[in-house]
Write a protein that binds this ligand. Structure first.
Ligand code: PEP
Ligand code: MG
Length: 578
């Protein structure tokens, strides 16, 4: 039995069979050939195998994920059934005497170049993405490598990977997954957030996980201790028994907390804190409500875009936003406009290759650069605002100039909707995310234009400390409890309250039981978190006194070291438990 340690990215406890996801290595050494017929046979076999694989995928995905995904595989099959591309490859083998791998690479590369030169329309982008998938499949089959198919998993699968991106998870059969283990990534990486939203236990920074674990290993994942995750590989009976005892204890506590989760989130001395949930899809609504979510403090709209091969049009977006607005009619929903880029690429939007993606073409920068995209989203959101209390907020704001541009576009769209006699909430509240340090220094100027602020501590921490939130090698530098983070929050809250505007925290810090008393003491009005953490946070709020939280915040603001802050927070937590 082996046991390895990692960091808890999504808490919970589960046991299942490992599925090790290692994207196959498609490198090869080009060869020139003498036996043309043999090479053609290799090609035909690979084409046949690829078509058959796509056929299987189409059938499975049709049952699991619906027609739209199945269609992707059908259109990829037609690329290989069509003689044009195959004949060009055969020509390269016959006339130029290239090995099949080189011939395939040359022909597909020519098509990629051609598509890159065409205009940027959605159709071309989708075709290009299909061609890339077909190319990789064909090459893999030529090289005799096996595919790891994540859209057709057996029950209770625990995915083990070097790194996972939201685009990988878009093709996973999430229903079957009961755990995720990755070598890379931090607690605020988007895959960790997704796992949390779905209630799937996850451990990140598990060293050499893909070497130590092999597919079909029995994995016992204990992510119940916030300090450390334990991954047991093929454990013996004693460990299994201990694990089952721990699971029973954990589940008992979760059940107890769940019974309290619908109680009012009010401190011992009567200060009400708004508790809301972070979601990324319509499918998460049910679970969020079950766990006590009354409002949505962050609807990550980009996940809607990541799930589709093509851009969702205004109608599709409108339907999704309306569904969420209606589901939370008694509270509110804050829709965050597209926040792609960084670790969240979207197949249908081309992003240039970047050296520093988190400092690059991201979020509001893309929306302002591609107004057709932005306008479509704003129209859909404004229309949906007629069906509930929908607010909108904008990610990655660095200063008032961006806000002024956004407000101008919104006014234009309101004019359009008035002209079309389409109903919308004329007083829809607008807010910004504060996650770029410059916004802290420009806070007074920003507050003149907006109704509320939501602090994105995941990015704010990485930008304040210049420590990539995805990079486990510098995880000691990514300090969620760093004094600079608390001082930044204090400054934002004071400025906003001086103008009678409210402040929320929607980064992961807002759902960390240890941090919550400090955030309450700093005056934060709203905390938004993964549904899974709502019961625990409601419990913390109900056992905290605002007056003592204020004293706690004052002490934290006078501290210079993260370690001191953590010790104080831990001591406070223990005192509250007693
Ligand atoms: C944040 O940065 O804290 C945030 C909530 O946004 P995201 O995690 O989606 O970047
Ligand atoms: Mg962010």
């Amino acid at each position: 039995m082996k046991v390895v340690q990692g960091i808890v990215a999504s808490s919970g406890i589960s046991h299942g069979k490992a599925v090790v996801y290692v994207p196959p290595d498609l490198n090869f050494t080009p060869r020139s050939i003498t036996h043309v017929e043999e090479e053609k046979r290799r090609l035909f076999n690979a084409v046949k195998k690829s078509i058959a694989e796509l056929g299987d995928l189409k059938e499975k995905v049709l049952t699991n994920m619906g027609k739209e995904f199945a269609h992707i595989f059908r259109s990829q099959q037609t690329v290989l059934e069509d003689d044009t591309i195959i004949n060009e490859i055969i020509e390269k083998i016959t006339l130029d005497k290239w090995c099949a791998e080189t011939a395939v690479k040359e022909v597909f590369t020519a098509y990629f170049t051609m598509f890159e030169e065409l205009d940027d329309g959605d159709y071309n982008k989708a075709r290009m993405a299909d061609l890339q998938d077909v190319y990789k499949r064909l090459l893999r089959n030529l090289l005799g490598k096996e595919d790891v198919n994540l859209s057709d998993l057996a029950e209770h699968a625990i995915i083990v990977a070097e790194e996972l991106f939201p685009s990988d998870t878009a093709m996973m059969d999430l229903e079957q997954i009961c755990g995720m283990i990755t070598e890379r990534g931090g607690i605020t990486s988007h895959v960790a957030i997704l796992a949390k939203n779905l209630g799937i236990p996850a451990a990140v920074a598990v060293e050499c996980a893909t070497e130590r674990i092999i597919t079909d290993d029995e994995i016992y994942l204990d992510a119940t201790d916030p300090e450390e995750a334990h991954v047991y590989i093929n454990p013996d009976g004693t460990i299994r028994q201990k694990f089952e005892e721990l699971r029973a204890q954990y589940e008992k506590r979760q059940t107890l907390l769940a019974q309290e989760c619908h109680l009012e989130p009010v401190t011992l001395d009567g200060r009400r804190i708004t508790v809301s949930v972070n979601i990324g899809s319509v499918e998460e609504i049910k679970n969020a409500i079950r766990l006590g979510g009354k409002s949505v403090g962050l609807f990550r709209s980009e996940f809607l875009f990541m799930k589709k091969k093509n851009l969702p049009d205004e109608k599709t977006q409108f339907q999704a936003y309306k569904t969420v607005a209606e589901a939370f009619r008694d509270g509110f929903v804050i829709l965050r406009t597209l926040d792609i880029g960084g670790d969240k690429p979207v197949a249908s939007i081309s992003i240039p290759r970047e050296t520093n993606p988190f400092l690059g073409y991201r979020a509001i920068r893309i929306s302002l650069d591609q107004p057709h995209l932005f306008r479509q989203q704003l129209r859909a959101a404004l229309r949906a605002s007629a069906f509930g209390s929908l607010k909108m907020m904008f990610p990655m704001i660095s200063g008032p100039n961006e806000v002024k541009q956004i407000l101008r576009i919104i006014e234009e769209i309101k004019g359009e909707l008035d002209g079309e006699r389409v109903d919308y909430d004329k007083k829809m509240e607008l807010g910004i995310m504060v996650e770029i340090p410059s916004a802290i220094f420009m806070i007074d100027a920003l507050l003149k234009h907006i109704d509320f602020i939501s602090i994105g501590t995941n990015d704010l921490t990485q930008y304040l400390l210049a420590a990539d939130r995805m990079n486990e090698h510098i995880r000691d530098y990514y300090q969620p409890y760093h004094p600079a983070v608390f001082r930044a929050i204090a400054r934002i809250v004071d400025a906003a309250h001086a103008r009678n505007k409210w402040v929320g925290v929607c980064g992961e810090l807002g759902g960390m039981p240890l941090a919550v008393p400090a955030l309450i003491g700093l005056g934060v009005d709203e905390l938004s978190m993964s549904a899974q953490t709502v019961p625990e946070i409601v419990h913390v709020i109900r056992h905290t006194s605002y007056q003592s939280a204020r004293r706690l915040a004052d002490r934290i603001l006078a501290m210079d070291e993260e370690s001191d802050i953590k010790t104080l927070l831990q001591r406070t937590q223990n005192d509250t438990k007693e």
